[in-house]
Design a protein around this ligand. Structure first.
Ligand code: ADP
Ligand code: GLC
Length: 488
């Protein structure tokens, strides 16, 4: 099957979170199953700099906010997708440094509505016709709000390919004003609660949900949660009405990139059966050294992630002083995000310099080193559509400590008498989302850590959990086929 993936980020070109990882690894898995996936991204400055063999396929004229943009469709070459990467090049909109969505001060680019409308219009044109090629997608698979208008534009086209829209995170809904809507020359009929209008503005995410043939999200539990007011972010009505047009398919991880046996970022490679203890302790030693913490056998906690409310960063800062005062645990944390969280964390690191190391910023390398070197991985998200970091930590034998939500609930098998006995336990799942529960579940984890035999059993069960893409890619494939059949 021919599948066009449309997204706003993809590893290794540009990545702000798990979306980038999925847009890299799901196409690889689908191609392994015999499909032909081609990917289209905006031509951000960093992306243009990281690919080669650029070939200009042609220029199209696309309406933006009160102006028409000359949009070049570029074919780029990269190792994994070969020549199947397309870039939508509009220098006025995408030739900017750094993060694709926000300015260096942390605020969203003022023209995001225009940027992703123009991108989506161009993707819809590409879906009908790839200049210089007779390749045509059977399915266009769009991801998150930045591509929400693609199914909407394709709904106006006769014999359009089937469209699948994946919600990676409902908290980001691409909500813009009526002024933006009018300036972008969108069809007036879309300004309706039945289409893109949403609470006085318009939402590109809602457009993706309502105009696509099928909606998926990234874990079965999150698919249920988002139909409730607690997690629905005001979309619970829209999503609840979808019925079986909404499916939760669990993300997988790239087992080659996140593989302790071959990972080049870590001090010593290991696997379940080879050098497990030696590898873990060499990586812990290396991580402590990099973090400027003293070498020690005391339990080492790790965290990697965006420093935003979703990730429960405030729960961590709330318990750390008590944790440092009542236990011998140390912690290494890598992340960037909201300034208030960054400041709180830095203050704590200054207060407990020999217990807590904070690295504010983005480092692919350190992320791998924390997964390998920490004894346990702390991820107390308030909600988590899927979450990849807890799966990376499972793969590295670093049991995750999580809340019972979304993909965390679907991937971590909580320690209990029964799961320890049947050797399925792979981490710790708090019953409630608050700092007291986090504190007490970490205490339970630290307690089990003292029992070296059981701890090793836990780590090894974690490492042996099925985490790859195979089963989920097959589910996507089935769904694509059903949508293609339904079109005929
Ligand atoms: P989300 O997509 O909500 O951010 P996920 O757990 O799905 O959460 O994916 C996060 C991805 O981003 C992982 O690959 C993680 O390693 C990476 N990541 C997040 N923050 C950083 C950081 N500061 N440095 C390096 N990698 C990071
Ligand atoms: C989002 C979610 C995360 C998920 C990722 C990839 O960023 O927050 O839970 O793993 O997308 O689907």
């Amino acid at each position: 099957m021919n599948i066009l993936f449309a997204a706003s980020e993809a590893f290794p070109f540009i990545k702000t979170g798990g979306l980038g990882d999925v847009i890299h690894s799901l196409p690889v898995a689908l191609n392994k199953q015999g499909n032909n996936v081609r990917l289209v991204l905006p031509a951000y400055r960093d992306v243009l700099a990281s690919v080669d063999s650029l070939k200009d396929l042609g220029t199209i004229d696309v309406p933006g906010a009160g102006v028409r943009h000359k949009v070049s469709i570029i074919q780029a070459h990269e190792d994994i997708l070969g020549d199947y990467l397309y870039l939508i090049d509009v220098p006025d909109l995408f030739d900017r440094p750094g993060n694709p969505y926000v300015h260096s001060d942390g605020y969203a680019w003022h023209d995001n509505a225009e940027r992703y409308t123009v991108f989506s219009r161009a993707v819809a044109l590409l879906a009908k016709w790839v200049p210089g090629s007779n390749w045509r997608p059977d399915v266009v698979h769009c991801h998150d709000w930045q591509t929400g208008l693609v199914p909407a534009f394709l709904s106006m086209v006769k014999h359009a390919p089937a469209t699948v829209f994946t919600i990676h995170n409902l908290a980001y809904d691409g909500h813009f004003s009526q002024h933006d809507f009018n300036s972008l020359a969108l069809p007036p009929a879309w300004w309706s609660p039945d289409f893109a209008e949403f609470y006085g503005g318009f939402s590109m995410l809602k457009a993706g949900i309502l105009f696509s043939d099928h909606v998926t999200t990234v874990s079965p539990t999150y698919a249920k949660e988002i139909c409730t007011p607690e997690f629905g972010n005001r979309f619970e009505g829209v999503l609840g009405n979808l019925g079986d047009k909404l499916t939760g398919i669990l993300n997988g991880i790239d087992l080659d990139i996140w593989n302790p046996q071959t990972d080049r970022h870590i001090a010593e490679n290991y696997s379940v059966n080879n050098k497990f203890s030696k590898g873990k302790s060499a990586n812990k030693k290396d991580l402590l050294r990099r973090a400027g913490l003293a070498e020690s056998d005391a339990p080492l906690l790790g965290f990697v992630g965006r420093l935003v409310e979703q990730k429960g960063v405030d729960l961590i800062t709330a318990i750390l002083p008590k944790l440092f005062e009542t236990t011998d645990a140390n912690m290494v944390l890598l992340g960037s995000g909201h300034m208030a969280y960054e400041t709180d964390l830095m203050d704590l690191a200054a207060k407990y310099p020999d217990r807590f190391h904070v690295h504010i910023g983005y480092s692919e390398e350190l992320a791998h080193q924390i997964e390998a070197g920490a004894d346990m991985f702390i991820m107390p998200s308030r909600f988590e559509p899927c979450g990849l970091n807890q799966m990376y930590s499972l793969r590295y034998g670093t049991p995750p400590v999580v809340n019972n939500t979304g993909g965390l609930a679907d991937t971590v098998v909580d320690v209990s008498l029964k799961t320890l006995q049947d050797k399925t336990a792979s981490g710790f799942v708090a019953k409630q989302v608050d700092s007291e529960s986090l504190y007490s579940i970490i205490l339970s984890a630290l307690d089990l850590y003292k029992n070296k035999k059981l701890w090793q059993q836990l780590c090894k069960a974690a490492m042996q959990q099925e985490l790859g893409w195979e089963a989920s890619a097959r589910e996507y494939q089935k769904l694509y086929q059903a949508e293609v059949d339904a079109k005929q």
